[in-house]
Design a protein around this ligand. Structure first.
Ligand SMILES: Nc1ncnc2c1ncn2[C@@H]1O[C@H](COP(=O)(O)OP(=O)(O)OP(=O)(O)O)[C@@H](O)[C@H]1O
Ligand SMILES: [Mg+2]
Length: 546
């Protein structure tokens, strides 16, 4: 015997107010495993229906000649899954009027079955059970429909979420592409800058070296003044190329463990002097600040550049805060230079690190300060970030890699110029493919009292040496046209004539870096002055003498 689930939705609603039909049916139901509920009139039936029912069991006389509007409305308003079974117990009346009324009843109540009196109890219970089972199926369909709706809603939610995620990823990719484009642009500018600087250095070499020669040969106050002016210009040019090369990352960085607080405190006097009276300078360092692995000289230049920028942004005075703190998450130290100045417009901020970008008057700014800082940050393996609000101020932030070594107590003093007099009269083979530079350098060497032989390529130099002429030292440019550059020449000479000293020179420090790293050859960086050349020679010959 199937036991029907409990609850209003699973009961048989009985309406048979006249005679024994109602109570008798109600008694039969529990034995058949069904639940029933007896209603006293049509109104009560409709009210009970509202609470749910599996089927209706109605004696026709309870409906006949009554207003069935409310019941009909309920039947019509059923949801699509629902088709309430109605079992009508008919009487013996067979006249036409009653038959027509029964047809109408079937039309208006839909799922109607008629049972004619007298009804055998088994017929009654089996009919009711069949109706309840049919209703049960409808409930199952309903549950299935609801489950499907929920699944569809869940799917729709997932689709929404996935779409949002996709949008986010697309935006992120867009942002990264922008950053990449920017980085590529900077890289291209960097390469260009490096190339310009290289030529520039050769030019400076001609100027400053020429001046040295002139200086030793000319007397007179006017010549003196001219020479000083020209030398200043050349030095300014050399300073510019230093910044350019730092930006282009073509200058080797000599990184070492640096105690940031000590380095910056050491700059205080210099900064105070450059900033002027109406600017307050505050330095704040986290206690236990980690040492950083940087090129100390370059970093000083960066800080000076940032401080000067901050000063320029505060014509009416203000405050500069130099702050450093550890960033454990990325194992680096964050250095920030913060000002209370004019700030930058978004346009200026976007272009600020471009070399030669400046908003300052002609002659006031070259637009290289931030470019140098940016190049430094990149070459050091860190980043440079700008935050700026118009009218409020600017914060330039650098991340510097942490060093795991202890900084030397004191920074090594600058290598002293080698002034020891070198015995002159040496035979120098000068290898240089730039005619102008070659003639200047040979003048310089002669000025120092040496004999100079010239070769304009590595191959020519090898030829000269192989000739068996007396050569005490080969002085060669690194960057040279032809199959072999200066470094190749140096290696070849070292192989064939291990005792012959080789001094290299380059204005293009990328090339020089390889050499320095290999640690095998001495390199003199261009542009150099007569005393630098003399010092380098002195070192070579002294080393030679040992
Ligand atoms: N702290 C700052 N506040 C406001 N604007 C700034 C600041 N720092 C830089 N800028 C803007 O960025 C531009 C570029 O700065 P950058 O240091 O590269 O060049 P510069 O200062 O103009 O010239 P240079 O430093 O080579 O003498 C500046 O001209 C200025 O407009
Ligand atoms: Mg600047």
């Amino acid at each position: 015997m199937a036991v029907m689930p409990e609850g209003a939705a699973h009961r048989v609603l009985i309406l048979a107010p006249v005679g024994r039909d109602g109570p008798a049916t109600a008694e039969l139901l529990p034995k058949a495993g069904l639940a029933g509920s007896v209603c006293r009139n049509l109104e009560e039936l409709v009210a009970e229906l509202g609470m749910g029912a599996a089927t209706l069991f109605v004696a026709e006389e309870a409906l006949f000649a009554r207003d069935l509007g409310a019941l009909r409305d309920w039947v019509c308003a059923q949801p699509p899954w629902s088709d309430l079974p109605v079992i009508v117990l008919t009487s013996h009346h067979q006249d036409r009027r009653v038959t027509a009324w029964r047809h109408g009843l079937v039309e208006s109540l839909g799922n109607v079955a008629m049972l004619e009196r007298p009804v055998h109890p088994l017929t009654l219970t089996s009919t009711l059970k069949a109706a309840v089972r049919a209703r049960q199926r409808q409930y199952e369909v309903k549950a299935l429909l609801e489950a499907r709706e929920q699944a569809a809603a869940a799917l729709a939610r997932e689709v929404d979420e996935a779409t949002a995620e996709l949008r986010r990823q697309m935006a992120e990719r867009e942002r990264m592409q922008d950053a990449l484009r920017q980085a590529q642009k900077m890289e291209a500018i960097g390469q260009l800058t490096g190339g310009v600087a290289h030529d520039f250095n050769n030019l400076l070499m001609v100027i400053s070296g020429g001046l040295d020669v002139l200086e030793r040969n000319r007397e007179g106050k006017r010549a003196r003044l001219l020479i000083d002016g020209m030398r200043n210009a050349a030095e300014r040019g050399a300073q510019l190329t230093r910044q350019l090369l730092a930006f282009a990352r073509r200058r080797p960085l000599h990184t070492e463990p640096v105690d940031l607080a000590r380095l910056l405190e050491g700059m205080r006097e210099l900064l105070d002097r450059s900033l002027g009276d109406n600017i307050e300078l505050e330095m704040r360092f986290e206690p236990g600040l980690w040492p950083v692995e940087v090129d100390a000289g370059e970093l000083e230049l960066v800080v000076l550049n940032l401080a000067v920028n901050a000063r320029d942004a505060m014509p009416g005075g203000g405050k500069i805060t130099v702050k450093a703190e550890n960033v454990p998450a990325s194992d680096c130290v964050r250095l920030a230079v913060i000002d209370t100045g004019t700030g930058m417009t978004p346009d200026v901020q976007a272009r600020a690190v471009e070399p030669f970008f400046t908003t300052k008057e002609v002659g006031k700014g070259s637009g290289l300060g931030l470019a140098q800082a940016y190049g430094f940050a990149r070459a050091t393996g860190g980043e440079l970030r700008i935050e700026s609000e118009l009218g409020r101020g600017t914060c330039i932030e650098l991340t510097l890699p942490r060093s795991l070594h202890t900084p030397a107590d004191q920074r090594m003093p600058e290598a002293e110029h080698e002034t020891a007099h070198v015995r002159s009269g040496r035979h120098i083979l000068l290898v240089e493919d730039d005619e102008q530079v070659a003639s200047l350098v040979s003048d310089m060497l002669e000025q120092l009292g040496h004999d100079v032989l010239r070769a304009s390529s590595a191959a020519a130099a090898l030829g000269v040496v192989a000739d068996g002429r007396q050569i005490d030292l080969v002085f060669s440019d690194i960057m040279m046209a032809g199959e072999m550059d200066g470094l190749g020449l140096a290696h070849e000479l070292r192989r064939r004539f291990p005792d012959l000293p080789v001094l290299l020179t380059s204005g293009y420090a990328d090339a020089a870096r390889g050499v320095i790293e290999a640690g095998r050859f001495q390199v003199l960086a261009k542009p150099y002055r007569l005393e630098d050349l003399q010092a380098a020679m002195g070192k070579m010959f002294r080393a030679d003498a040992h």
